[in-house]
Structure formats: C-alpha cells, structure tokens
Design a binder for this molecule. Structure first.
Ligand code: IPM
Ligand code: MG
Length: 355
C-alpha cells in the first residue's frame, strides 16, 4: 500500500481547529479507498513557538520538512508577534525555500454558496488563479536607509527573473490548454515600466508556443473591476505574487467567502514538498470558539488529492461541499449556519462517503 508522509503545521489561531478536520477527512478517505494511507507528523511551529523559542521554526526546520511528500498548513500570525516576522519566517519561507512557485487558487462559486453579486449564477464564477509564488513583489529584498531620521528612505524591490516569469506563465498556458479554457494575464505595464512590461512581453513570447489557447491581457485595476462586474470572462488567470494575493481575496469574497477559499503552493517538479492551506489566515477574533469553517481547509485537501494523482477524490470532495451548501446542513456561522467546526466536518463526511 502506498504511504504518504504528510507534515502538518497547524500554526496559529483557528489553524489548529481546521487542521484537525482536514486530517480527519484524509484518514477517512484513506480508510475508504484502501489503496493508500497517510502518515502524519505534527509540528508545533508558529507564534506560540516563537514566543518560547525566539524563532518560528527550528533552524533545521526546512531540512526536516524536505523528507515529506506534502505539507498541510493551517494559518500563521497572531497578535504579539509582528506579522512580517511570523509570515516571512514560516509561510513565505516554506514557499520560497521549497521553490513552490505556483500558487493555485480556485475561485469557484458552488451552488448554495453565498455570493454578494446580483444576477450571477454559479456557472458564471469558475476561475483558477495561477499566482506566482516565489519572487516578484514578495522577494523580500530592499533597504531601509537613514532609519528614524528626516532623510529616511525605504526601498522594496520587486524581482522578476526570466526563469521565474516564464515558468509560471508556461504553467498557466499548459493548464489552459489541458482544460481547454481561456487564459487571462493580469499585470500593470502602463505604470510599472520594468517589471510589468517584462511580464507582458514574456506572456506574449511564451504564448507563441500555444496558438490553440485564447488569451486576454488585463491591467490589474480593470481586472478587479471586471471580477465584480463580469466575472464570467475569467477562466484560467495568471498573475504576479502581490496581484494574485489581492485578487484572490476579492475572488473569495465573490465565491462564498474566506471560509471556502483554498490554495495549493506547488513545486510542480516535485523536487520539494508542496504545501496546501486554507487562505483565510488565523482569524484571532474567532479562535478557540469552535466555530471556524473547516471547508476551506478541506478544499485544500481536495487540491492535495489532485496533486497526489487521485483526482476522483479531489472532485468528490468539491461535490460533497457543494451538496452540503445546497442542503444548508451543518454549516458554520460564516455560511449562515449554527454548526460547530466539528459538526460541519461530520456533515461533509456523510456527503463525501455517502453514509
Ligand atoms: C495569502 C496570505 C499571505 C500572502 C500572507 C499571510 C503573507 O495573504 O496566502 O494570501 O500574502 O501570501
Ligand atoms: Mg492573501
């Protein structure tokens, strides 16, 4: 029987609450399927760990994680530790050091999910964002000069390498070709005269190899307007790290809310483990109350099943979430229900396993 080694980093706030549920779902899937099993190792890294040890994870943390097949991450960040420290030293560090250069984020409105837009049907919101995840605006490079003086200057560098830009754009073209979908590139070449002019150029260059893929190019400001006014024009979308960050929160808002939004941080070559996470963050305001929505985290499990090559399970999970939303059963408060985190998973499991 195939055994997958999974590293679980529950992290902070509601992270541990939703992570327990993801693991429960994976255990049930393995028990039902019978072809594979999971071996989970839990790592107590995060803000609490930082307050005790002065670091978000041990110095050899990355090395420790490198022997796993995949990582499940809950959420990172808590009041008391500056966000730029907690996030850069754990979440962004893993994305970067494991060269997880693709961040795949579905923006898909399921039947039964809440949508604040009028006159929009679920079929109208069915996008997949391919967010660059290793460089760009998140390079972490820059300088803080003449600190605390009137001459103070800060520089935050965006880094767009040819290799980094080509590979994410190529991945998006491949995905669009495979799924027979249109591809929209989102950039900002009219103002960012180096990085985004370069991005647009690479998008055209790589596109010559994909004459079968219908493409569109949009400026990020216009794209955010169209996501609200006319979301059906987007299918596969490729964009930079920061634009992808912002637009996928907008995407979550139009497709059921943060309680349903998931992301896969992929190293497609499988040279390093990939990481799967809900994108809602640690939500300190509801942490410890047992009401966090586990469905985003479970959606990330669906992405993990896809990545491991069990697409039928990936699909079944999404269908189960949809059935649950339509039935309005076992939903947490963010979805208008009164269920607890655990009750929500129990309902989900019933739909998933046809019990
Ligand atoms: C996300 C998050 C992170 C990001 C934060 C927490 C650093 O917002 O995964 O979208 O900006 O990538
Ligand atoms: Mg974000």
């Amino acid at each position: 029987m195939k055994k997958y080694k999974i590293a679980v980093i529950p992290g902070d706030g509601i992270g541990p609450e939703v992570m327990r549920e993801s693991v429960r779902v994976l255990e049930q899937i393995a028990a039902t399927d019978g072809r594979f099993c999971f071996d989970f190792t839990w790592f107590p890294w995060g803000c609490e760990y930082y307050l005790k040890n002065g670091e978000m994870m041990p110095a050899d943390g990355i090395q420790t994680l490198s022997s796993f097949d995949a990582i499940l991450l809950g959420a990172v960040g808590y009041p008391g530790v500056p966000d730029h420290v907690s996030l850069r030293d754990l979440l962004i560090r893993i994305r970067h050091d494991f060269d997880e250069y693709i961040n795949l984020r579905p923006v898909k409105l399921l039947h039964g999910a809440i949508c604040p837009l009028e006159g929009v049907r679920p079929e109208d919101i069915d996008m997949i964002f391919v967010r660059e995840n290793s460089e760009g605006e998140y390079s972490g490079q820059g300088a803080w000069l003449y600190k605390d003086t009137p001459q103070e200057v800060v520089i935050q560098d965006s880094v767009f390498s040819r290799k980094g830009t080509e590979r994410v754009i190529r991945y998006a073209y491949e995905l669009a070709r495979k799924e027979k979908k249109t591809l929209t590139s989102i950039s900002k070449g009219n103002a960012l005269n180096y990085s985004m002019v370069f991005w647009d150029q690479i998008f055209k260059e790589v596109g010559r190899e994909y004459p079968d893929v219908e493409t569109h190019s949009l400026l990020v400001d216009a794209a955010s307007m169209f996501m609200v006014k006319d979301p059906k024009r987007f299918q596969v979308v490729v964009t930079s790290n920061l634009f992808g960050d912002i637009l996928t929160d907008l995407g979550a808002a139009i497709a059921g809310g943060m309680g349903l939004a998931a992301g896969a941080n992929l190293n497609p070559e499988k040279a390093f483990p990939s990481m799967f996470e809900p994108i809602h963050g640690s939500a300190p305001d509801i942490a410890g109350k047992g009401i966090a929505n586990p469905l985003a985290s479970i959606w990330a499990v669906s992405q993990l099943m896809d990545f491991l090559g069990y697409e039928e399970w990936g699909e079944r999970i999404i269908q189960a979430i949809e059935k649950q939303l339509v039935a309005k059963e076992g939903l947490t408060p963010d979805q208008g229900g009164t269920a607890s985190t655990e009750e929500c998973t129990e309902t989900l499991l019933r739909y998933l396993l046809n019990k």
